[in-house]
Write a protein that binds this ligand. Structure first.
Ligand code: ZN
Length: 262
């Protein structure tokens, strides 16, 4: 606990440090959502970004030379998920490995229900509960930030997985506070996951990316992307899911989204 006390003191100091103006310019240029946040939320986000940048190790891979622009663009999206609550800043994550573009992995991929797929596969991002690393393609991370309403955001997706891991299991349920919250989460997310699976099986069009039907874990990550990128549509078409995510994230993206109305 002594360690926790000093860690928190250190984070307080980091959050209070003046935010470099070049970082601020990058935020305004690369992250259209930033200007739409309230003044208080902007300040909270800047503080989180300071801690995130100081505590996480970024590594350029595949010939990518890391820049502050890359760090800030990724950190600010990751930290959007942390607003309004006590956070330990993705405690199971040490390193963020950034490739210039989509990369190929030989690792097996969990398709859910005990089914694994092996072989090379192109990816834009990846993380797991065992590795303390998160991998991102920089072009996809930048694109996801530049278009905040297309429903696709690889950074939000991968960091939602990290929130899922905070209570140790990758099961699509992040750390909640009470038994009642866990029950409500299981009821709402379970029903929405089943309904996405049914729609996928029937080939029906869905607001949520069909990849969310592969497992409850992917469902939470995909639902997080939709919550921040298509909040109006999600609230209209999946009100229970929207309400549940609004409770968990303690924010209402409809208030700062540039998603067109209607
Ligand atoms: Zn995923």
């Amino acid at each position: 606990m002594v360690f926790a006390y000093f860690a928190e003191r250190r984070r307080e100091r980091l959050r209070a440090e003046p935010f470099p103006s070049t970082w601020h310019a990058t935020l305004e240029r690369n992250l259209p959502f930033f200007r739409r946040l309230s003044e208080a939320d902007q300040q909270e986000l800047l503080g989180h970004v300071q801690v995130f940048i100081a505590e996480k190790y970024f590594e350029g891979c595949g010939g990518l030379e890391l820049t502050d622009e890359i760090r800030i663009t990724i950190a600010a999206q990751a930290c959007l998920l942390l607003l309004h609550r006590k956070t330990d800043y993705y405690p199971h994550l040490t390193s963020i490995l950034v490739y210039p573009t989509g990369y190929t992995t030989e690792e097996e991929r969990h398709l859910g229900g005990g089914v694994w797929e092996e072989g090379p596969e192109d990816r834009l991002g990846q993380t797991s509960s065992q590795l303390r690393a998160l991998v991102l393609a920089w072009d996809a991370a930048r694109r996801g930030a530049a278009d905040p309403t297309d429903g696709q955001n690889v950074v939000l997706h991968e960091f939602a997985h990290q929130l899922d891991f905070e209570n140790r299991t990758a099961d699509g349920t992040p750390a909640l506070e009470t038994h009642a919250e866990y029950r409500a989460w299981a009821r709402v997310m379970g029903a929405e996951f089943k309904s996405l699976r049914r729609a996928e099986a029937a080939g029906a069009p869905t607001l949520l990316d069909g990849y969310g039907a592969t497992s409850p874990t992917e469902f939470f990550a995909v639902a997080t992307e939709a919550f921040f990128e298509r909040p109006r549509a999600l609230r209209a078409r999946h009100p229970d899911l929207y309400a549940e995510l609004r409770k968990f994230y303690r924010q209402d993206p409809v208030t700062f989204s540039s998603e067109p109305v209607g």
